[in-house]
Design a protein around this ligand. Structure first.
Ligand code: PXG
Length: 295
């Protein structure tokens, strides 16, 4: 395959030349926002929703992205086209840009835009069949009035600390609670449980990112007549669930079969999960912004 080309501020550069300044506040302070996006079958899945969330995150941190939404969408599609990515993962990053060594973002004249079109494998492939064994961790999700989890910011330390706890405990993923002790989300995934005939997921006000995969799953479930509730959830609701699964652009849909040593449901990927996974796969075939020459 030809050398990977990375978009940086208006140019496509070969991978080994694609570099950002050490004075960029994305690097110095984690000051910036990003999106993780997937392409399936030559189409960028839910591109408009990702662009919308990126601009909302930017507004929330008081950063004006120097290109319009249409152009940003074109950057994503063109990054896929140039790299021959029909099925893959796109990382779109807008950082505060180059400034000096002080925190002050107003001294950064222009945000830096980077787009990487590549591939990703978040969890080992066999776990998509077998299901994850996960734990609740002590690190709480960020308080919304400190750094709102609805902002997809470059500041992932909160989630990274939680992920480290999970890995040190010998599992792949962490259930994160909010400061009130209610279930928020995992480190890079939203949480769903199937319990007493309803599909339940925490609302974004409990400390969850409003995931694009999550929203797609909610739509698909409702379309087939499943009752979906966005509802405050405690660990009790997880331990007593009939099924559990996670959703995210990186993870896609993955079953969870054990939490904190409790077997969830029958301890295998359940029928509600399997049905929704089929529907999700079908959706990725038809939904998305076409990549010229690849769709
Ligand atoms: N919560 C958090 C904290 C996330 O970071 C999600 C939920 C799911 O949202 P989407 O819109 O993707 O359905 C995310 C997304 C990675 C990786 O490299 C993480 C995400 C996406 C892609 C890759 O770990 N997280």
């Amino acid at each position: 395959m030809a050398e990977q080309l990375i978009y940086i501020d208006g140019e496509f550069l070969p991978k080994n030349e694609a570099k950002v300044s050490v004075f960029d506040h994305g690097y110095l302070y984690g000051d910036g926002v990003f999106e993780g996006i997937r392409a399936y079958h030559g189409k960028v899945f839910r591109l408009d929703a990702h662009i919308e969330r990126l601009y909302e995150s930017a507004r929330a941190i008081g950063m004006t992205i120097p290109v319009g939404r249409q152009e940003m969408g074109d950057i994503v599609v063109e990054s896929c086209r140039r790299n021959g990515i029909a099925n893959g993962y796109i990382r779109l990053v807008v950082s505060r840009g180059v400034g000096d060594l002080g925190l002050n973002p107003y001294l950064c004249p222009k945000p830096t835009i980077v787009c990487i079109a590549a591939t990703i494998q978040l969890y080992p492939v066999e776990l998509y069949e077998k299901g994850l064994d996960i734990v609740t961790v002590a690190t709480p999700r960020n308080h919304p009035e400190a750094l709102n989890p609805r902002i997809k910011s470059l500041n992932y330390l909160n989630n990274i600390m939680a992920k480290m706890e999970a890995i040190r405990a010998g599992v792949q993923e962490a259930v994160m609670l909010n400061l009130q002790g209610f279930v928020a989300e995992c480190t890079g995934d939203n949480i769903f449980v199937w319990r007493k005939g309803r599909l339940v997921t925490p609302p974004s006000t409990e400390g969850a990112l409003e995931g694009i995969t999550r929203n797609a799953v909610i739509e698909l479930a409702r379309r087939k007549g499943i009752v979906v509730a966005e509802e405050r959830m405690s660990r009790f609701d997880i331990y007593t669930a009939d099924e559990m699964f996670l959703t995210g652009t990186g993870a896609e849909l993955i079953p969870v079969v054990k939490v904190d040593g409790r077997v969830i449901g029958e301890g295998v990927a359940g029928p509600v999960f399997k049905g929704l996974l089929e529907d999700f796969k079908a959706l990725t075939k038809v939904d998305g912004a076409p990549i010229p020459g690849l769709s």
